[in-house]
Write a protein that binds this ligand. Structure first.
Ligand SMILES: Cc1cc2nc3c(=O)[nH]c(=O)nc-3n(C[C@H](O)[C@H](O)[C@H](O)COP(=O)(O)O)c2cc1C
Length: 182
């Protein structure tokens, strides 16, 4: 990626597949990352999100690792923390919508956490490769809430000091792909 006019927090961000297995997140690092998510915008300020975070070595971390899929088990356990990202869809089990924008808002809160992590010299990889049903049962997810994704947070290991190449669709495609009458 070579777009130097982007803010460094976006320019340098990438999702690593290798984390430093010795790095440890401090309690205040965790607070700062959660604050970043907390201050994300949301529809009607509903804040329809929750984050179950366990640092490597902390009680409960091993249970999260046990629910990783084969692919993520190769790299996510080495991250300094694993976060389960949950969205609040319905009011308890009433069938009444809590927020129409729960997934959208959760994604935005995770993005805030990701950018904050980058500013702290950390990196995040969001992922879906885990046992969704098993994790719901393990954590006793409340009625109306849903697990969407997990995030691995830590210090990336880079073989040669440069981030891996990142691919994106073109700006033209971005502007036209979603509508038939541009
Ligand atoms: C909702 C979501 C789900 C993802 N699921 C996985 C996954 O299951 N496994 C994985 O290795 N990466 C996963 N990723 C990471 C993406 O593959 C990665 O963000 C994408 O390739 C772009 O790379 P970059 O973040 O370095 O720019 C996921 C990302 C998002 C946002």
């Amino acid at each position: 990626m070579n777009v130097p006019q982007l803010t460094p927090a976006l320019h340098g961000r990438f999702s690593p597949l290798r984390f430093d297995p010795h790095h440890r997140l401090s309690g205040s690092d965790v607070e700062t990352l959660l604050e970043a998510a907390r201050w994300a915008p949301s529809a009607g300020n509903a804040q329809p999100w929750s984050f179950h975070l366990r640092r490597r070595g902390e009680d409960g971390h091993e249970h999260l690792v046990a629910h990783l899929a084969g692919s993520s088990r190769r790299w996510a356990p080495a991250a300094s923390a694993l976060v389960v990202n949950l969205a609040h869809h319905e009011v308890d089990d009433s069938g009444m919508l809590y927020s129409e924008f729960a997934d959208y808002d959760l994604g935005q809160a995770v993005a805030h956490m990701t950018v904050q992590a980058h500013a702290m010299g950390l990196s995040c990889r969001q992922f879906r490769a885990f046992d969704l049903e098993g994790l719901h049962a393990l954590l006793g997810v409340r009625p109306g809430w849903r697990i969407l994704t997990m995030t691995a947070i830590g210090v990336p290991l880079r073989d040669d000091g440069t981030p891996p190449p990142r691919e994106r669709r073109s700006i033209v495609d971005l502007r036209t792909a979603g509508v038939s009458s541009p």
